[in-house]
Design a protein around this ligand. Structure first.
Ligand SMILES: [Zn+2]
Length: 219
């Protein structure tokens, strides 16, 4: 199995598809956000430092993220591939990551870029409902993802909660900013020949998306 960097704009479904890939290929999904949160929860001295920085709205330094990531990639469950999510975010980090891989004797693998139209991403973001009990997510604005019974989780029958992270305006701004900040990284990987683009369409079920992703992993 290849090492995979998974890049996608907000509300493209990256979390869902990462989970599917993890289960399908039995490889870990490594999110740098989770690594940071875990460290904070463990209340190590580094965790306390991270927690302070987060509270003060400071960006977490590349050194901290790099060390956490390196420790994670050294673990045995990464030997047969992994899905990296949330890193690298720019060319500077991409180069740090390549040095790290060299020192770990690992391959870069492929970079999957999940494209999604802005309209669809907006529907996904604003229609998103989650189950606070089992974590399943649904969407009230997309037919294929509506819960069978309005407001109720298909899996555990708990009441669903609406996620109000965004308004239309804040979402569109976040989406545009993401594309602006990421375009040079995408070009960087395209020039290296490791970029694989996949497009997520309106009623794509998880199965269809998984097939698309499998297609680019196997080619
Ligand atoms: Zn549930």
């Amino acid at each position: 199995m290849k090492n995979i960097i998974f890049i996608a704009p907000p509300a493209a479904g990256k979390g869902t598809y990462s989970k599917l890939l993890q289960d399908k290929y039995n490889i870990p999904h490594i999110s740098t956000g989770d690594l940071l949160r875990d460290e904070v929860n463990k209340a190590t001295s580094l965790g306390k430092e991270i927690s302070e920085d987060m509270k003060n709205g400071k960006l977490i330094s590349d050194t901290i993220i790099t060390n956490l990531l390196k420790n994670r990639l050294e673990q045995d469950d990464c030997n047969n591939g992994y899905i990296l999510d949330g890193y690298p975010r720019n060319i500077h980090q991409a180069k740090i990551y390549e040095d790290m891989l060299k020192s770990l004797n690992k391959e870069l693998g492929i970079v999957i870029y999940l494209e999604v139209d802005k309209e669809l991403a907006l529907k996904r973001a604003l229609g998103r409902v989650v189950c606070p009990h089992c974590g399943a997510s649904f969407n009230t604005k997309i037919d294929a993802f509506k819960p069978k019974k309005e407001g109720i989780c298909d899996i555990c029958h708990h009441q669903l909660e609406i996620r109000k992270d965004d308004t239309e305006e804040t979402f569109l701004k976040r989406f545009d900013t993401y594309l602006e900040n990421t375009s040079s990284l995408i070009n960087y990987y395209e020039e290296k020949g490791v970029l694989r683009k996949i497009k997520s369409e309106n009623n794509d079920t998880n199965e269809i998306m998984l097939n698309k992703i499998r297609g680019v992993i196997n080619d």
